[in-house]
Design a protein around this ligand. Structure first.
Ligand code: ATP
Ligand code: MG
Length: 253
């Protein structure tokens, strides 16, 4: 569980996040959406404790993130940054094994190797195990990054735009995978730009605008007006069975 209370963050004098309050429960799948520069990456980095909160608190399983040791935090929260591709010169197997680092004292144990094998199998990428990461497609590299994060065996997974640069099929595959992982109890907070993917796959949506929370609710509760206010555009909703799609119509003047 991640409980964010009255979070403010600034880079020096430049204020970015103001009074962000969110309660993420175990097994929730939150999509953080909002315009470029609205603070999505900053919020995710604050939760990952890469950035240090100036005011407010972030409780992870009831304990302030600042009271975790680096190793305790690495066993609780996995974070995949916006541009992370891993060490491109490494084999896929070694990259995923690096996710075991918080558990390894001086050399990997049989359990560590076993966990890597399990994760490669779970994600269906055993056949890539002895390939170099830089010889993979963008979608395969993203899957390897998720595999490394899963090998870390954390309760919470943070991902910053994991579907950017992926084709439609790989976007759906990654979203399906994340949804399945959240059904199995993993708590997920991810940022993305595709409002339709967010609503379709995530359980909850956090809309950030200019560093403040515009909407924090179940994905099913998102409305056309929310989206129009978030981006200052006109959208039209179309439905196909249970799935709602928002199509941008034009920029409001
Ligand atoms: N290291 C930094 N130093 C100073 N300002 C920063 C830094 N990183 C981000 N910012 C500023 O903070 C604001 C929020 O940036 P952030 O990266 O969190 O936005 P974002 O919502 O993730 O955007 P995008 O959709 O483009 O990824 C922006 O105005 C950005 O210029
Ligand atoms: Mg970002």
């Amino acid at each position: 569980m991640v409980n964010i209370k009255h979070l403010d963050f600034s880079y020096g004098k430049y204020d970015v996040l103001h009074d962000v309050n969110v309660q993420v429960r175990g097994g929730d799948f939150w999509a953080v959406i909002g315009p470029n520069g609205s603070g999505k990456s900053t919020l995710i980095k604050c939760i990952a404790a890469i950035l240090h909160v100036k005011s407010g608190t972030i409780l992870i399983d009831g304990k302030s993130s600042v009271n975790y040791t680096a190793n305790q935090l690495a066993q609780t929260v996995a974070y995949i940054p916006q541009t992370e591709k891993g060490d491109l010169q490494s084999l896929v197997f070694d990259t995923v094994l690096a996710g075991r680092k918080p558990y390894i004292r001086w050399k990997p144990s049989e359990d560590d190797y076993g966990k890597v094998a399990d994760v490669l199998h779970q994600l269906g990428i055993e056949h890539l195990s002895m390939r170099y990461v830089n010889a993979l497609s963008g979608g395969q590299q993203q899957t390897v990054m998720i595999a490394r994060a899963l090998a870390q065996q954390t309760k919470i997974l943070l991902l910053d735009e994991p579907t950017a640069n992926l084709d439609l099929r790989h976007q759906l595959e990654i979203m399906n995978l994340l949804k399945m992982l959240s059904f199995n109890g993993l708590t997920i907070v991810m940022s993305l730009h595709d409002i339709n993917l967010a609503i379709r796959y995530a359980s909850h949506v956090l809309m950030l605008k200019d560093g403040g929370v515009l909407v924090s609710d179940l994905a099913d509760h998102v409305t056309q007006t929310h989206i129009e206010n978030l981006y200052n555009i006109k959208v039209e909703m179309i439905t196909n069975g249970d799935v709602r799609y928002y199509v941008p119509l034009g920029v409001e003047t």
